[in-house]
Ligand binder design. Structure first.
Ligand code: ADQ
Length: 459
């Protein structure tokens, strides 16, 4: 049976041949395998909305890619404003950082409306649409208004908010209509699914059975599809770049603790640095040299909360290094740029431990990449926050409360002194977990579930 084309919609669209970044890599692989169309934001800003009309084709192979531009005002209101200064903090349980701005909320909906108009021109009967992330919550509703009856799926890469935080969102009453216009809503974890069901039930939707809901006359389904990585590709990259660690010029016996994150307040970086400082102050043997290599390229610097986190980190790094550094040892090395994926894979492999300690995170692919990159004969140890979505699957990691620097410090000590057989057995179970739900599983399972939906017009 002809499956129809897959049309992916996401905010970012890769322009390069070998893209990087969690979401982008996952979709690139899915489209390469199945073929279809990817529609996203060009990243190019034009002065006025009149100049931003239309879709531009930027590639035809291995699948078609179209992009749209945003005007300066749209970039501010849609992307920096509503998406990243209102929804992102709300969805990461940080209502204290949430901005309320009715103009930004309006622009967010207008951009979704405009993008829906562009997509409606491309969609053919039988196509299946897969919309990604919090930038496009109202997109299906806008498409339905334009008469699009195709199957439309949604995947939320970040956590679903706690229902008790929802009153902080002025547009919360619109949310059930936005969500129920999709046919399938994919979330990362069971906890997210339970939050979404609770919120919708409290706001006029009826739970039919096993994640199926009804709102107004529409039925839709909510389920978890934990995202994964291309395990084999990472294993291979780590093996072929096993010498990346040499760039670091560590002294003999020096232990390496690694952190890799976008610079974001949800990633728990100040708490992590403080925990590392605490580990160093209390380490059992002062001769032990452990270095925290933190790779954290800045993101969204035009949003105020992101400038604050950068400053906070610089202060802690200065304090820990000021107190602890020796002539030939800098305890915290903080690199603020992107690293090539292959080099990164080699660094993961060289690391004795990896700190993945977000305060909230949809999944966290770094945790899975670190596991894949280890040498099974002598693996490093994953230290993982309870609040990463990955925690539901990777319970063989050392689990920590990221708010408690003492607990994280003890986990670092435990990781660096863990006997080989324990490291091996933990690694074996972690490998099994990341292989079970790898990226191929994720796209296959999600798309099969979406494909199985009846087209709304045939209801
Ligand atoms: P992110 O918040 O971006 O993704 P994450 O899942 O950790 O977080 O993905 C980051 C990706 O970027 C990883 O593949 C990592 O290797 C790469 N990366 C990070 N820093 C890098 C650097 N300095 N150089 C090179 N590469 C770097 C969102 C959600 C997550 C969810 C993903 C996918 O916030 O919770 O796991 O989407 O759904």
């Amino acid at each position: 049976m002809d499956q129809g084309r897959l049309i992916v919609v996401s905010n970012r669209i890769p322009t390069e041949a070998a893209p990087s970044g969690g979401l982008v890599v996952a979709l690139h692989d899915a489209l390469k395998e199945r073929g279809g169309v990817w529609i996203g934001n060009s990243g190019k800003r034009v002065a006025t909305q009149e100049e931003a009309q239309g879709l531009t084709r930027i590639a035809q192979e291995p699948y078609e890619r179209y992009c749209f531009d945003l005007s300066e005002e749209e970039h501010q209101g849609f992307y920096l404003g509503y998406a990243n200064a209102t929804l992102w903090p709300l969805f990461h349980h940080r209502t204290d950082l949430l901005a309320v701005d009715p103009d930004e909320a309006r622009i967010y909906r207008e951009v979704n409306d405009r993008v829906a108009g562009l997509i409606a021109e491309v969609v053919r009967p039988g196509d299946v649409l897969w919309v990604h992330d919090y930038h496009f919550l109202p997109l299906a509703e806008a498409l339905r208004r334009r008469g699009v009856t195709n199957r439309i799926g949604f995947f939320l890469h970040i956590p679903f908010p706690n229902p008790s935080d929802m009153p902080a969102l002025s547009e919360r009453k619109l949310m059930p209509g936005w969500l129920s216009s999709f046919d399938l809503i994919g979330l990362q974890t069971r906890r997210d699914v339970s939050n979404a069901l609770d919120f919708l039930r409290d706001n006029g939707a009826e739970l039919l059975l096993r994640g199926k809901m009804k709102f107004d006359s529409r039925t839709f389904e909510i389920a978890s599809f934990p995202i994964g990585i291309d395990v084999d590709a990472f294993v291979e990259a780590a093996e072929t770049h096993a010498d990346s660690g040499e760039h670091l010029r560590l002294s003999p016996g020096e232990r390496l603790v690694l952190g890799v994150d976008r610079l974001d307040y949800s990633k728990g970086l100040p708490q992590r640095f403080a925990a590392f400082g605490e580990y160093l102050s209390h380490r059992p043997d002062p001769q032990i040299r452990a270095t925290l290599l933190q790779i954290a390229p800045p993101s969204r610097e035009d949003v105020e909360a992101y400038r604050d986190i950068r400053q906070e980190l610089e202060t802690i790094t200065g304090r820990v290094n000021g107190e602890m550094a020796e002539l030939d040892w800098t305890p915290i090395r903080y690199i603020r740029r992107n690293i090539e994926r292959e080099i990164l894979a080699g660094l993961y492999r060289r690391a004795d431990a990896c700190l993945v300690t977000p305060l909230a995170d949809g999944m966290n692919l770094v945790a899975k990449e670190f596991v894949a990159a280890q040498d099974g004969a002598d693996p490093g140890v994953l230290i993982l926050s309870h609040f990463a979505g990955a925690a539901e699957q990777l319970d063989a990691a050392l689990m920590v409360n990221p708010y408690d620097p003492g607990e994280t410090a003890r986990a670092i000590d435990q990781a660096l002194s863990m006997p080989l057989h324990e490291r091996q057995s933990r690694h074996l179970s972690l490998m099994q977990a990341i292989r079970e739900t790898d990226i191929a599983w994720w796209t296959r399972t999600y798309l099969a579930a979406l494909q199985a939906k009846t087209e709304p017009s045939n209801d």
